[in-house]
Design a protein. Structure first.
Ligand code: SF4
Ligand code: SF4
Length: 322
């Protein structure tokens, strides 16, 4: 049973506050390995095939495989940097305000009374702000890369953290900022989040008015569906459910009950599909690989429903290049 948490209305307002009017749709899931990225990629391709200028933000930066499944390479790389502190021991008065203020507990004072960065720095810049004598300067450090690639109506934004680093939230924010800066140039933006209900998922969903939660009819799938739907409730995100591997014998009833308990609907059920699997292995969306297949029809129907529900009348009429 989920626990309901009420957020301050200001937090919810900020969560939904975008600088553009293009609808943002999250593709998410409480559990990994349920086909979330398959849904995101094929729905993106279906919207593009309907002539809609569609952006896919692959915000699953720890396992960014949207590009592989779309058959699109990583291009137009931009470096993501954070400002790490550099300490001037001549100016430092040893007040230790920076040590106490660092939320990552990454600053230490040595016996020689010098301040040293030991550990992760997320570039929050709090230490710069609290230093009373300007003894800290900013040194940029590269933490990862964002990419952008375009093909017809489809634009893919993705990013990757440098190996061995742990600050993936920085890349999620950077890839979203890059896409959102161009938000008005699309008819619709999809965001593929990482699985789970942690900060990166919340960061990825920020700005989404609607989300599809992808799950599977297993005991863990039902449990994790409850968690992700509770998170979406908390941030007042309208949501529905896609059941992947709906043909698995198992917890269909539990999935139905959980969905209904969160005022959602199961909008699509995907059975094991040979043609979808073949398209996955080829790295070509099924709507392009096998346009006459059942799976292709399913994703085109989903795209049509999203267009009718969330795109403005003007966006519904636009016809981009194919
Ligand atoms: S920038 Fe933020 S995280 Fe990094 S050392 Fe300073 S206070 Fe800590
Ligand atoms: S806040 Fe500034 S003066 Fe105080 S210990 Fe840190 S670097 Fe030194």
């Amino acid at each position: 049973m989920s626990v309901k948490t009420e957020l301050h209305p200001e937090i919810i307002r900020d969560f939904h506050n975008n600088a553009f009017s293009t609808p943002v749709i999250g593709i998410t899931g409480g559990k990994g390995g349920v086909g979330k990225t398959t849904v995101a990629v094929n729905l993106t391709a279906a919207l593009a095939a309907r002539g809609k200028k569609t952006a896919l933000i692959d915000a699953d930066v720890d396992a960014p495989n949207g590009g592989i499944l779309l058959g699109m390479s990583l291009e137009n790389a931009l470096d993501v940097t954070v400002n790490e502190p550099i300490f001037d021991s001549e100016k430092c008065t040893d007040c230790q305000k920076c040590v106490k203020a660092c939320g990552m507990n990454s600053l230490f004072r040595s016996k020689e009374k010098t301040i040293t960065l030991l550990g992760e720095c997320n570039g929050c810049e709090v230490c710069f702000l609290v230093c009373p004598v300007d003894a800290i300067t900013q040194g940029p450090r590269s933490v990862g890369t964002t990419y952008k690639n375009e093909r017809g109506n489809l634009t893919l934004y993705t990013g990757a953290l440098h190996p061995g680093l742990a600050e993936s939230a920085l890349i999620v924010n950077a890839v979203k900022e890059r896409a959102f800066a161009e938000g008005d140039s699309f008819d619709v933006i999809l965001v593929d989040t990482s699985p789970g209900t942690h900060c990166n998922v919340i960061g990825a969903l920020k700005g989404a008015a609607y989300a599809l939660a992808v799950t599977e009819p297993t005991p863990l799938g039902a449990h994790d569906l409850d968690l992700i739907l509770s998170l979406l409730d908390m941030f007042a995100v309208k949501k529905d459910v896609v059941v992947n591997r709906a043909d698995l014998p198992g917890r269909q009833a539990a999935i139905r009950e959980t969905t209904a308990a969160h005022d959602g609907e199961i909008v699509t059920e995907l059975d094991l599909d040979e043609e979808l699997l073949a398209s996955y292995l080829e790295g070509i969306p099924v709507v392009d690989f096998r346009p006459d297949s059942q799976a292709s029809t399913t994703f085109m129907n989903m795209a049509d429903n999203l267009i009718a529900e969330y795109l403005s009348p003007e966006q519904q009429r636009t016809e981009g290049q194919s």
